[in-house]
Ligand binder design. Structure first.
Ligand code: COA
Length: 376
């Protein structure tokens, strides 16, 4: 007899750092840094050798991105005009790593919400845009901290990491290789952000999410059927970070700024919106679904304008907050965790049978869609 395994989302979990930075706080610190920098380099600026730096503005940030605040793991050093980047104590090998710590917090919440005992979990995928170290894998450390007997590995597809993690998790379930898989996305994006770069200093925030993908046979009564998963990548240099272990061999005068997040924001906006909207419409067609009937879109949280346009193309009308909720205002861009936060905070009110879409997009370029239907 052929046994079929049907993957579903049993639950999600969210860890939010206590500290948060408002646009007002961020801009005040950035502008102090700019004034100090320009004063220190007054002679070079006067002689035309150096361009002065320009002030950032709260109005620009909110209008261009929809972001009003972001949570961070280390607030004071980010706002200190002398450091302008997070600082934390290096942990010993005997201590739980920072990414593992917040990943475990999100995972525990997902397990609790599903009523799942760790002895029934088979695998942990740590899917995030940056890893704290190359090895041992963060996923294996999270697995150990949770007490899971199984396997784990790390994967990085930038802002699409979480949806790219859901697909293999669902495939393990379909193939009968696992019944319960945690996809954990600890995103400490404050570490890869150039807080001295006016064009991008306002973009990111820190958070961790977890998604529990399981065989319907063991899932709690309240769950989400996974109707389809679709992944796509198209190479682009428009969002890039050159940090890596080979940089240790770079000469002293190597470019430092490109070892952090850099992007051509306008190009990203123009190129990614049509790619993602088309991908969603094509996948809906394959599912013989009118995309306009999707009850809710949980889109990647990078920019409110991008989401407005994508939702408009998918639904055929301007989406309201109920159809396409945003968490950008308080979380900023949390890389791959963004669409999962949107789902976690805005899904309980849907009725049984309602369909929705979790969708991510970002560097690579990469994009992932997960069509879901609420059960019970
Ligand atoms: N404060 C004030 N002015 C600023 C500023 C700031 N913090 N940052 C840039 N500006 C200025 C620019 O210098 C530019 O001035 P100019 O017109 O005199 O040249 C003007 O504002 C417009 O800048 P631009 O970079 O073109 O803004 P934008 O409207 O494209 O918005 C982003 C910038 C990043 C918010 C937007 O491009 C975006 O979100 N793109 C997609 C990003 C994305 O999703 N990335 C994926 C990462 S996961």
């Amino acid at each position: 007899m052929q046994l079929t395994h049907r993957p579903v989302i049993s639950s999600t979990g969210l860890f939010t750092p206590e500290e948060s930075i408002t646009n007002e706080e961020l801009v005040a610190s950035f502008n102090t840094f700019v004034d100090r920098h320009n004063a220190q380099n007054a002679a070079a600026i006067e002689s035309g050798e150096m361009e002065p730096l320009s002030h950032s503005s709260v109005e620009f940030i909110e209008k261009a991105s929809g972001i009003k605040a972001r949570h961070v793991m280390s607030k004071e050093p980010v706002l200190n005009p002398e450091t302008m980047s997070p600082r934390w104590q290096e942990r010993t090998n005997d201590e739980l790593s920072m990414m593992a710590e917040i990943g475990v917090a999100a995972a525990k919440q997902a397990l609790e919400r599903a009523g799942r005992d760790v002895k029934d979990v088979d695998a942990v995928l740590c899917a995030a845009s940056n890893m704290e170290r190359p090895y041992p894998a963060m996923a294996v450390e999270i697995q150990q901290a949770l007490g899971i007997d199984g396997f784990g590995f790390d994967m990085n597809v930038a802002c699409s990491s979480a949806t790219f993690g859901i697909q293999p998790a669902a495939d393990y379930v379909r193939a009968g290789n696992a019944k319960s898989v945690l996809v954990v996305s600890p995103e400490i994006t404050s570490g890869h952000l150039n807080w001295r770069d006016r064009d991008s200093h306002f973009i990111f925030g820190d958070v961790a999410t977890a998604v529990l993908v399981e065989d319907a046979a063991i899932a709690p009564q309240n769950h989400w059927d996974i109707l389809s998963t679709k992944l796509k990548t198209v190479f682009s240099n428009n969002i890039r970070n050159n940090f890596g272990f080979l940089n240790r061999a770079a000469p002293e005068n190597a470019n430092e700024a490109d070892k952090l997040f850099v992007q051509e924001g306008r190009k990203v906006f123009k190129e990614v919106v049509p790619m993602v909207a088309q991908m969603i419409v094509d996948e809906a067609e394959k599912l013989q679904m009118d995309p306009a009937t999707l009850r809710r879109l949980w889109l990647h949280q990078a920019n409110a304008g991008m989401n407005r346009l994508i939702a408009q193309r998918v639904l055929g009308h301007e989406a309201n907050d109920d159809e396409s909720p945003t968490v950008l205002d308080i979380y900023g861009n949390t890389s791959s965790a963004g669409s999962i936060i949107a789902f976690h905070l805005n899904s309980e009110d849907l009725a049984s049978g309602d369909t929705g879409l979790i969708c991510s997009f970002g560097a690579g370029y990469s994009a992932g869609t997960v069509f879901v239907r609420k059960v019970a």
